[in-house]
Write a protein that binds this ligand. Structure first.
Ligand code: ADP
Ligand code: MG
Length: 347
């Protein structure tokens, strides 16, 4: 069984709390990402699952087995880090064979397992090369193959693609995801890259200052963030605060200056309560100045290829809107801001 369960996990370094009271279940075959800013405790948490350190409080189980105090080598986990840590004097084949040698596999078994792993990462043709004769992406795939060649129950990846450039990283992300699905291996991936987390995960756990801020599917954490930290960390969010009320069936938010803007139904039943809502830039449109909605003036129009990002100075504050590039506006243009009620979310 390779289900992972963390229950009440905390890790203190002296009086400093690096991870606080984390509860997490990762199902068999699931890929869960730990996403958070630098220093939020991601690597510490992964190290606790790997058995590189022991928790100050709480219990870690794999299936029904309590592994809290089990040394790393007895946990049967595959570990891959950002620094590839390949052995420079060994060939690709020898690098991948290393974990099998340590585990005393027979020569024939090693031959078969390494060949299979090489095929999985599409590097059969490079098995005799040394790491220095490989590109960064190829080196990373060797490190990955070495991480799963011994068929671990669990794969733990700490920013494995962080050293790759953007295009290569996106390619390897797709490969890694396919591989993980094919192997059906329970996986925890650490990243600080929100796009990586959203595109690769079954579920995302957002960590901040050692504490879980939200766990959910990529859609949930992006579209329905539990709080303003998650909203802000997972992309740009326009944030509006005011009191909400129901006017003949439609909800509106009255902002500080008395301006009324459309919003969806708030989380609670009460009228006239102070709320904060977010609108994602892609849900906010710029219309001609004779339309309805708050008024603004385009401060910046940033061309991004398929889309253009507009920064608008408006009567509801500085607003960011992202839309198709054929709807690009000019700097200085007067616009109205509109959005769909259903695209607002309270945090
Ligand atoms: P992340 O991987 O999210 O960048 P880490 O888990 O590496 O964060 O670190 C979380 C916090 O714990 C940081 O403030 C870091 O300085 C601290 N920390 C990590 N390891 C140790 C250690 N061995 N001793 C003391 N503090 C540590
Ligand atoms: Mg780290």
């Amino acid at each position: 069984m390779s289900e992972i369960s963390l229950s009440g996990i905390s890790k203190f370094y002296g009086t400093f709390c690096a991870v606080r009271n984390v509860d997490l279940k990762v199902a068999q075959g699931e890929l869960v990402t730990i996403l958070g800013p630098s220093g939020s405790g991601k690597s510490t948490l992964l190290g606790l699952i790997a058995g590189l350190t022991t928790p100050s409080e709480g219990i870690i189980s794999f299936g029904s087995r309590d592994v809290t105090h089990l040394p790393s080598r007895e946990r049967n986990v595959g570990l891959v880090f950002q620094s590839y840590a390949l052995f420079p004097h060994m060939t690709v084949f020898q690098n991948i064979a290393f974990p099998l040698k340590v585990r005393n596999y027979a020569t024939l078994q090693i031959q078969a397992a390494v060949t299979k792993a090489l095929q999985s990462v599409r590097l059969e043709h490079l098995s005799d090369r040394k790491p220095s004769q490989l590109s960064g992406g190829q080196q990373q795939r060797v490190a990955l193959a070495r991480g799963f060649v011994f068929e671990p129950d669990i794969l733990l990846l700490d920013e494995p693609l962080g050293a790759l450039d953007r295009k290569l990283r996106e390619e390897v992300q797709v490969e890694l995801r396919d591989l993980q699905r094919n192997l059906g291996i329970t996986t925890v991936l650490v990243t600080h890259d929100q796009e990586e987390a959203l595109s690769m995960s079954d579920r995302v756990m957002v960590l901040d200052q050692g504490e879980i801020r939200q766990i959910g599917t990529p859609e949930e954490v992006y579209l329905k963030p539990a709080n303003s930290f998650v909203a802000g960390f997972l992309g740009t969010a326009n944030v509006l605060s005011g009191t909400v009320r129901n006017l003949g069936g439609d909800w509106t938010m009255r902002l500080a200056k008395g301006l009324e803007v459309p919003c969806g139904p708030p989380p609670g039943p009460d009228q006239d309560v102070h709320c904060t809502m977010i609108i994602r830039p892609e849900n906010l449109r710029l219309c001609s100045p004779d339309g309805h909605g708050p008024t603004g003036q385009v401060r910046d129009a940033i061309y991004l290829g398929q889309t253009t990002k507009h920064v608008v100075e408006s009567e509801i504050g500085l607003i960011v809107s992202v839309g198709p590039s054929h709807e690009r506006r000019s700097v200085g243009e007067n616009v109205k801001l509109t959005w769909n009620r259903a695209a607002t979310w309270f945090v």
